[in-house]
Ligand binder design. Structure first.
Ligand code: AHR
Length: 311
């Protein structure tokens, strides 16, 4: 239940003094760092007092942070949930306290009534875009794919895996031969790619699908160290569009990425400000774009456009 009481409306009248608690997952990737930076900047530009909590990848830390925000009586909570399950009780506590919760970038499996809105991309579609790129660009014949998954149990890991499979299912000759989590980190991507290369030694790997660019960048290192050419011997498609992947694309080491904007807080604060002002209920899902970039898209220009955004 998201309840709009007179107290919440009254709190909304002092628009410049709103307090928002932000439970962030951690700093596992360049994308995550940019989301944190942009959220801080957005809050400052709007005169919002942002209380930031870094959960260091642990759901229990996020639950504790939300309880603390509720106890502090904040005017809203931003939650980037590390995993999709296990949020009902704490979201109910926030709803009981009439504190609207906005989900950022990841989704939960709780009832929609327990949060005001979710800002994010269509995560299944992202996987489909990545998979379709491979269908359209794979070499002739069989294509054996390895997959670096995101954090186990997180909505992007679940949905990006589903979307990719949706896209390649009807295509002839593409097979996922190995799939493992690299936890959305560069070091995880490198380590798991090394183990893939070792396990597949003697077998050709045609492509890597990584659920984020950081893992792809770690894997590129592993492929180089194994004496192969990433981007040529092994095609590389991933998700996020962080500056470093554009540099890798410019060098020919990566082939394609699907953009996930790190500016989730802009639409989130817009929705909250309207809600605080007069109780306007936003749509339950505020969708951001998922654009595909390839080596043909002037990667260095894309790098320059993003390099100072806090990635
Ligand atoms: O939830 C979004 C994902 O989380 C990003 O794609 C990844 O880089 C981050 O860690």
């Amino acid at each position: 239940r998201i309840l709009l009481t007179s107290a919440a409306l009254l709190a909304g009248t002092a628009a410049s003094a709103q307090t928002v608690g932000f439970s962030q997952i951690g700093s596992e990737s360049g994308w995550r760092a940019a989301e944190t930076t942009l959220t801080r900047q957005e809050a400052e530009a709007r005169g919002i007092d942002l209380r930031f909590s870094d959960a260091q990848q642990r759901q229990e830390n996020q639950i504790a942070a939300i309880r603390s925000f509720v106890a502090q009586g904040v005017d809203a909570i931003l939650l980037a949930p590390v995993v999709a399950t296990g949020w009902d009780s704490v979201l109910e506590e926030a709803a009981e306290a009439d504190i609207p919760v906005v989900l950022l970038d990841r989704r939960v499996d709780s009832s929609e009534d327990l949060y005001l809105t979710a800002v994010g991309s269509d995560l299944v579609h992202e996987g489909e875009v990545a998979g379709q790129w491979l269908v359209d660009n794979k070499p002739e014949g069989e294509c054996r794919v390895v997959e670096l998954q995101g954090t186990t149990g997180s909505s992007p890991a679940i949905d990006r895996a589903t979307g990719f499979r949706n896209a390649i299912d009807g295509a002839e000759g593409i097979e996922i031969v190995r799939s493992q989590t690299g936890d959305f980190t560069r070091s995880g991507g490198k380590e798991v790619m090394e183990s893939f290369l070792q396990a597949e030694s003697g077998n050709e790997i045609c492509a890597l699908y990584a659920h984020n660019d950081d893992m792809a960048l770690g894997a590129i290192q592993a492929i180089n160290e194994a004496g192969m050419n990433p981007g040529e011997d092994i095609l590389i498609v991933s998700i996020d569009a962080v500056p470093d992947i554009f540099q890798a694309m410019a060098n020919g080491d990566a082939n394609a990425t699907v953009e996930l904007t790190p500016n989730m807080s802009g639409p989130a604060f817009d929705a909250l400000e309207a809600y605080w002002a007069d109780g306007t209920e936003p749509e339950k899902f505020i969708q951001t774009e998922s654009r595909l970039y390839t080596q043909d898209d002037d990667p260095m220009a894309e790098y320059e456009a993003r390099k100072d955004l806090g990635y």
